[in-house]
Design a protein around this ligand. Structure first.
Ligand code: HPA
Length: 293
């Protein structure tokens, strides 16, 4: 797939999004207001959704297939804590070999289905020394060092503007809501800047020292592409990292994928409480809005 609008009759990303939406709509009429991208180890939240439809990625035209462990690869539409949601159980990453356009295709589809808010979760390595394994971190900003951007190529105005603003990429009101929900449930929620890298090799200790000097608090291999595409599409974004390990070189030991998986599993219930609490409060905010009109 390319991001070029051509005058030679080739389909554009907007055409592909329309095809994907048509297939989904043929199975389910639900209009979701919140999109959720579930990162490593969090896929089970999709099982809590009162699902109206659960569609394997393979059944949706142009949808990328997830190859990473712990990423199921199905799009679940239904209700969770009073919200109509569309949940990506399993995401794809640049390191799987997908282009930035394909990695972000599902975000564009979620927007086209009606979502206005996107909640993103991920696993990340803690760069700041107080962020040890098991911490949850509200992402307040990011640094994109993947060398990629999903908006490269001719802009398609139906998808968004040429130069989207990234000043408030992580919505300040949603951040305030997340702090409030965390406090309500007695969940410790750290905050920081997420640095996105291509992967799939973990960083060297020297790269982590660089990340720290650049102002990063956590590092990971996802999220930044989706956030850029989401802002392009006008979605409000909230993102939370599960710090699954201290980043390379902080502790005198190797990084281990097993630790990442085990830590994500250990904090899964807390993470899910936080996300479900957020959805409830979003639903409250919406009903207050409606009543106030
Ligand atoms: N680095 C990059 N990505 C990650 C890490 C890490 O240490 N842990 C989980 N995802």
């Amino acid at each position: 797939m390319t991001n070029q609008v051509t005058d030679t009759g080739h389909d554009t990303i907007a055409d592909h999004v329309a095809d994907a939406v048509e297939t989904i709509r043929s199975r389910v009429q639900l209009m979701p207001t919140v999109g959720i991208v579930l990162g490593s180890g969090l896929g089970s939240l999709a099982d809590d959704v009162h699902a109206v439809a659960s569609i394997p990625y393979g059944a949706i035209p142009y949808f990328p297939q997830s190859t990473a462990p712990g990423h199921a690869g199905r799009l679940v539409l239904g209700h969770l804590n009073g919200q109509a949601v569309v949940v990506m159980a399993g995401r794809v990453h640049l390191y799987e070999g997908y282009s930035a356009q394909r990695v972000t295709f599902p975000v564009r589809v979620m927007r086209a289905l009606g979502a206005q808010t996107l909640i993103i979760t991920n696993a990340a390595g803690g760069v700041r020394t107080d962020l040890d394994a098991g911490a949850l971190m509200l992402i307040t900003d990011h640094i994109n060092l993947t060398g990629r951007n999903p908006l490269v190529g001719e802009n398609q105005p139906s998808l968004g503007v040429r130069f989207p603003d990234m000043t408030y990429a992580y919505d300040p009101d949603l951040q305030a809501l997340a702090r409030s929900v965390a406090a309500q449930h007695d969940i410790k929620l750290a905050e920081g800047v997420y640095l996105g890298l291509l992967g799939p090799s973990y960083e060297t200790p020297a790269e982590i020292r660089m990340a720290r000097s650049l102002g990063a608090d956590a590092v990971g291999m996802s999220t930044v592409m989706e956030v850029i595409a989401a802002r392009h599409a006008g979605l409000r974004v909230l993102a939370i990292s599960c710090i699954t390990n201290m980043a390379a070189g902080i502790l005198p030991q190797k990084l281990d994928e097993q630790e990442v998986i085990e830590t994500a599993a250990a904090v899964r219930d807390t993470f899910i409480t936080l996300i479900r609490g957020l959805l409830s409060r979003l639903a409250d905010a919406q009903s207050v809005d409606t009543e106030g009109r």
